[in-house]
Design a protein around this ligand. Structure first.
Ligand code: 5GP
Ligand code: ZN
Length: 114
């Protein structure tokens, strides 16, 4: 989708600090990190919200989570702990309408979230 910020990052037309990429996913550092490690894992394909996933996307969503866990492991946060979050629509604070899994690690994360 040509107007989408995260489609542009996936295509490489807007720069980002890429930490992982493969045929279906890109992971990059959040521009406004909320923890020492704050990475966004996105599908290359434009999907606006979690509610727009179809039954054929189960493997894609699984690979987003496995990739987040692998990045946490690579940064040696796996044992200490990390959080993955996907915000959906306004009340959850979604601001970019291309699904992204937040990976947060490196500090104690409170619960419940704000
Ligand atoms: P949301 O609020 O939609 O769940 O999360 C959007 C995230 O995208 C925010 O954490 C925000 O800091 C991040 N973000 C917004 N614009 C950019 C950008 O241009 N580059 C990067 N790397 N992250 C961005
Ligand atoms: Zn997009």
């Amino acid at each position: 989708m040509s107007s989408c910020l995260f489609c542009k990052i996936a295509a490489g037309t807007i720069p980002a600090t890429i930490v992982h990429q493969d045929d279906t996913l890109v992971a990059f550092a959040d521009i406004n990190p909320q923890a020492p490690l704050h990475v966004l894992v996105i599908p290359r394909r434009h999907i606006a919200t979690l509610s727009d996933l179809g039954p054929g996307d189960d493997a894609l969503v699984g690979s987003m989570h496995r990739t987040a866990a692998a990045i946490a492991q690579a940064h040696e946060y796996a044992d200490r702990g990390f959080r993955t979050v996907m915000n959906c629509n306004a009340d959850a604070g979604q601001t970019v309408f291309h699904i992204h899994l937040h990976l947060l690690a490196g500090r104690g994360l409170t619960w419940p979230p704000g």
